[in-house]
Design a protein around this ligand. Structure first.
Ligand SMILES: *Cc1c(COP(=O)(O)O)cnc(C)c1O
Length: 395
């Protein structure tokens, strides 16, 4: 038998460093308020930016799809598991994003595993990645045999250095630059126009993971490419429907040829069953709502701008966020987890985030503002943050 004591010791050590994750059980649907431990608390940590996770239209669409198509796809997409609604969702997403085509996968995590090694998998290839890219990008890169290069967060001089190394020293066959669109722990936006210019100069491909820009940036939440007007100049755009869209699933948007190729070759598409009809129908409904109106996206930004400016006035350090993601920087993991516990006692659900999700010494409470928070909700949060901030000597 394996010596499980090794694992217990490791978890004990995590606990002592304030790094053991406290997995809370949610006892109600997602929304501005949720029930946790029999207690109604203000929800400041879900990615349900637009309030779609428990939306009536989405729920009806999902139930109707179950009546019409059943609960499971029955096979992987390439054998017998592609329903008409899978294709309808792929077409609708392409239209929404202003891309030629999309391929839909089970999650954003898997979309990265599908996109990266499939086209840039050879040992003669080069992959150049921002140091703060999401774990699913890092794992996607690990599945490739390509030579890996990392550049300092959003540092375009370093990116250019890496491009020169890949082109002039390695003499790479194919070069891919990968960046998060919105960085999930800091809320800053990648300098995508500069990245695209450099890529064009060094004949490299560009991939952007827009998980936190989807439904947030651009016209009616069309994402980072729309935000910067870079249509047709980014090779692969990764999206997720698990965050602002409130459901589940991920996709890759790009040129027709790329998407056709991925449908032949991407292993998560070939060897793992696709999403259920209920999920797909709910995703479709979310996209349709955004095609009809940008009202939810505008409310999200109004709420975020209000909360962030008030937090700054109170003297909190909220990092370099340019989006509704609001990192309340506490640096010390123990202070951060204590802050989170005190918030919970005061009726606020906001998780502390530490290593390895963020670098050591950069612990924080990551506040996620949503379109369904009301002004009184936000004022309630601000008042509690102020009280605990003073008590812990943070402000
Ligand atoms: C959350 C996230 C993912 C994973 O998306 P899921 O659909 O939850 O698997 C991928 N990339 C980034 C940048 C993310 O923030």
């Amino acid at each position: 038998m394996f010596n499980y004591k090794i694992l217990e010791d490791e978890m004990e050590a995590l606990k002592n460093e304030g790094l053991l994750v406290n997995i809370r059980t949610i006892e109600s649907p997602q929304g501005a308020w949720v029930v946790v431990n029999d207690k109604k608390v203000l929800n400041l940590c879900s990615n349900n930016y637009l309030g779609f996770a428990n939306d009536e239209r989405l729920k009806k669409a999902a139930m109707k799809a179950i009546e019409e198509w059943g609960v499971g796809p029955g096979a992987v997409r390439t054998i017998a598991g592609t329903f008409k609604i899978h294709e309808e969702l792929e077409r609708t997403l392409a239209q929404f994003k202003g891309a030629d085509a999309t391929i839909f996968l089970q999650s954003g995590f898997l979309a990265n595993q599908a996109a990266i090694p499939t086209v840039f998998g050879d040992e003669n290839d080069a992959i150049i990645s921002d140091e703060l890219n999401h774990a699913s990008i890092i794992d996607g890169v690990k599945l490739s045999k390509a030579k890996r290069y990392v550049y300092k967060h959003c540092d375009m001089n370093e990116l250019e250095q890496r491009l020169k190394e890949a082109r002039d020293v390695q003499n790479a066959r194919r070069v891919l630059i990968i960046t998060d669109g919105v960085f999930s722990m800091d809320g800053d936006i990648a300098p995508l126009p500069d990245i695209v210019n450099l890529a064009e100069r060094y004949d490299a491909a560009v991939m952007v993971d827009d998980a936190h820009g989807e439904g947030v940036l651009g016209k009616s939440g069309r994402g980072i490419i729309d935000h910067f007007g870079l249509h047709g100049r980014v090779d692969m755009e990764i999206g997720t429907l698990s965050k602002a869209f409130g459901v589940l699933g991920g996709y890759i948007a790009g040129r027709e040829t790329l998407i056709k190729y991925l449908k032949q070759k991407a292993r998560p598409f070939l060897f793992s069953t696709g999403l259920t009809p209920a999920d797909v129908a709910a995703c479709l409904e979310a996209v349709r709502i955004l095609q009809e109106s940008d009202e939810r996206v505008r409310r999200l930004w109004d709420n975020a701008n209000y909360f962030k400016s008030e937090m700054k006035k109170l003297g909190f350090d909220i990092g370099s966020s340019q989006t509704p993601i609001t990192p309340v920087m506490l640096y010390d993991a123990k202070v951060s987890s204590q802050f989170s516990r005190e918030l919970f006692n005061e009726g606020i659900f906001a998780q502390s985030i530490g290593y390895p999700t963020v670098p050591k010494g950069k612990a924080r409470i990551r506040v996620m503002i949503s379109a369904v928070h009301t002004k009184p909700d936000l004022d309630f949060a601000l008042e509690r943050f102020e009280k605990i901030g003073r008590k812990l000597g943070v402000i």
